[in-house]
Design a protein around this ligand. Structure first.
Ligand code: HEM
Length: 179
């Protein structure tokens, strides 16, 4: 192993999860694949699709043996990924970055109707506001009555929900409402 013992945290990884700067994990080794992304566009989709997670050697080999060899032999190693599990915040951010959303039925959303587990529907999308409720500038109790419900009408009726607030809410999107 020529790893330099540098520990990369999941939080660090968030700053290196797009084409401008991209880290990719194989087993516990973190590679900087930014250059590879720009040089080898045929690997781009695979690399970006698998950011923010631990990829196993076998998976990468299976996708493309030469990509695996390039990384193993010439890859720029940044360090090792920390051993801690990913935070909910991290998982949400990565889903957002990958625009990877699950579909949920309204019945499923309705189960998440507690302060400790609080989802809402806004404009046909599903948001996990469990953490956000406590930093919501409009106070947590404005959100509580809508836990597990479609809050679109109320949300849209509030003038203070500006374009900025609408953009910001995307950080909490976890899925799309199943029709
Ligand atoms: C991620 C989603 C959300 C974001 C980013 C967001 C953001 C904001 C912001 C920026 C304000 C303005 C605070 C101020 O300037 O005083 C606000 C106020 C408010 N929000 Fe939200 N909000 C979200 C979800 C919700 C939901 C789901 C509800 C309830 C259905 C809600 C109800 C309110 C209320 C009642 C106010 C107070 C309005 C007032 O002070 O007159 N918000 N929210």
């Amino acid at each position: 192993m020529n790893s330099n013992q540098n520990i990369v945290t999941w939080e660090d990884l968030l700053d290196h999860s797009d084409e401008k700067s991209c880290y990719f994990i194989i087993d516990d080794t973190v590679y900087d694949v930014t250059e590879l992304l720009s040089l080898q566009s045929n690997y781009k989709e695979f690399l970006l699709k698998n950011i923010g997670q631990i990829n196993r050697e076998e998976q990468v080999k299976q996708f493309n043996e030469s990509l695996f060899l390039i990384l193993k032999q010439q890859g720029k190693i940044v360090g090792n990924i920390e051993k801690k599990p990913q935070s909910e915040y991290f998982k949400r951010k990565v889903r957002f970055l990958k625009a990877e959303y699950q579909e949920f039925t309204l019945e499923e959303v309705q189960k998440h109707n507690k302060m400790q587990d609080l989802w809402v529907v806004l404009d046909q999308n599903v948001y996990d506001l469990t953490e956000y409720q406590f930093i919501h500038p409009g106070r947590p109790d404005s959100i509580h009555p809508y836990a597990g419900k479609d809050a679109t009408e109320k949300f849209n009726s509030i003038n203070k929900h500006t374009e900025g607030a609408r953009k910001f809410r995307e950080n909490y999107k976890i899925g799309i409402l199943k029709k």
